[in-house]
Design a protein around this ligand. Sequence first.
Ligand SMILES: Nc1ncnc2c1ncn2[C@@H]1O[C@H](COP(=O)(O)OP(=O)(O)OP(=O)(O)O)[C@@H](O)[C@H]1O
Length: 248
Amino acid sequence: MSTPDTSTPAVVATRLRKRYGGTTAVDDVSLRIEQGEVVGVLGVNGAGKTTTVELVAGLRRPDSGSVRVLGLDPHRERGRVRQVLGVQLQHASLHAALTVAELVGLYRTFYPQPRPTAELLELVGLTEQRTVRFERLSGGQQQRLSIALALAGRPRVVVLDELTTGLDPRARRRMWAAVESLRDEAVTVLLVSHTMEEVERLCDRVLLLDAGRVVASDTPAGLVASSGADTLDDAFVALTGKSLEVVE
Ligand SMILES: Nc1ncnc2c1ncn2[C@@H]1O[C@H](COP(=O)(O)OP(=O)(O)OP(=O)(O)O)[C@@H](O)[C@H]1O
């Protein structure tokens, strides 16, 4: 498809609400992300991070509110959105008997100009595992493969839900480098994170979610300054009354 005008926002969400039974997971969330921004979504367990990014990616329908990705409706224009949006899912379940290279090859067929397999595997550090079946990969390797698959079609907007959760320090640094290379390509990234170190290092802006609401949206330095705290950890506590420390 044609490249969208650079002035079109990468993501616009307006007054999103989502309930599961008696639980309000997302409660009147509005957000706007410009093309090329790397935005972190932070919050304690259950704050609504996954539900919010799933609504943005069109994986769930909001009870009310609307989403546009590069001006497109993820439900009505699903096919076009798939060509510009890459999504790494929490707990992706993939065909267990296929190898890493076969799965990457399969995903590449979905796109007109896919990234080369070798480049994708190098990006996530799975070159040596290319002939290993999915079912034989460790949890961290499966997670990294799901990131490679999200990037297979050269998306303009990427949603990453489990970038580094549970990864060892070396794999974590590799995933950070992968996000930095996306930034160099002016790809927009929406990144669910559980650590301050990660958002301080990678993100232009942080969306702080608490109980399904956006309680702050600012640069990491801006969050610290506006909350009167000394560190981003302290800013988080000041803004939510909760500590992120317990999460990892
Ligand atoms: N499919 C579902 N059915 C019922 N309740 C759900 C479902 N998915 C999420 N919830 C509830 O919605 C709320 C928000 O969940 P969500 O997964 O969006 O939070 P999160 O911030 O991503 O949490 P975590 O850090 O644990 O991944 C929680 O109270 C959760 O229990």
